[in-house]
Design a protein around this ligand. Sequence first.
Ligand SMILES: [Zn+2]
Length: 436
Amino acid sequence: MRIPVPLVLLLLVPAAQLAPQTHAPTQQAGSKAEADAVHRSAIVIDTHADTPQRFLDENFDLGDPLNGGNVNLDSIHKGNLGAEFFSVWVEPSLYKGHYARRTLELIDSVKQQVARHPDQMMLAASPEDIERAHREHKLATLMGIEGGHSIEDSIALLRQYYALGVRYMTLTWSNSNGWADSSGDINDPSVTHTKEGLTEFGKDVVYEMNRLGMMVDISHVSDRTFYRTLIITRAPVIASHSGARALCDAPRNMTDDMLRAVANSGGPDSKGGVVQVNFYSAFVSQAYRDAQKAMQPEVDKAVQELKDKAKAEGREVNYEEISKVERQYADRIPRPPLSMLIDQIDHIAKVAGVDHVGIGSDFDGVDGQLPAGIDSVADLPKITEALMARGYSAEDCRKILGGNLLRVFSEVEAVSRQLQAESRPRITDKQPFAKQ
Ligand SMILES: [Zn+2]
């Protein structure tokens, strides 16, 4: 919705904040029982959890206890999670030369979970599927690919991932991939970047995603890639797991201008995209981020010692050992309060509009570095309670919890039908698959 900013502010700012000298809200908003009822009535959609790596590498089953993680069936029930987009993320250096294989294994791992728990999970590939799963009290299980390197420069692979059920793709992860640039390495002179944010092939990828009905996810991309994508996309975009840079200055977070641009993305008749807020402490809180930065030399030293020790023993240090050390240090930094996560949602609602914000937790992807009180999916009702305490209506909460994402997903499908009906030749038909 494109309502003028002043009106948005009037609608969103709790009356007490807008005019503290006049009337406080008459109704005592935010009672726990009321918030709980609102949360239970919502279709709650989280657009980013990294659990598939646990499925594959740790043989983790969603029926297991959390055991250090953030997502399992028990917590899904407690938190009334209606839909999860499981992230299909391929570590780019570890799986070099085997991106497609790892991608397929991760996709399979998600499907195996659905096959093991048919009474509690349902594979979903559309907004209607999400609604059906909600009616049947099952978790709508979806997938998003995190990082365009998974398609190995092949539009054919992109199409096949769609056929397997993938419904969004983050154009890049922290690595630039030759056709789109990442915020993670944009300042690294040793990495080759595109001239305009997307190459011609990159534009074809976005077009083909629009045509297929796969949501274009701009989390992780460089600012230039972000704007280039927004110029060419025919459908509204999502940020599956990003925050506001005004509150926490991380390159992965978005400026106010970018937040507004997402809200205005898509064609002239579009209702606009959605920014799904990341829960990672170092994207939520500037204080946390600063403390993390200050500690970095100490962490680097400890990791180096670990490597030296392993070398003396005649072996290579592995990924788990390093992350264990890193986590020990991270655990020393006080967790930001939940109110700071709510500040993120509130800021985006005020800047972009309440129709353009949602949740993309990054559960199981941030080593437990989450705001205080948010330890698993079971804690999601606390977010609804906190939003209502700030004056958000039941309707607004339901939009934030999942309604906005459902709207965007439906519109992406409508644009796809439109593009498929158009008689103009597909750009991608003219492109060799391996074009850079
Ligand atoms: Zn990510």
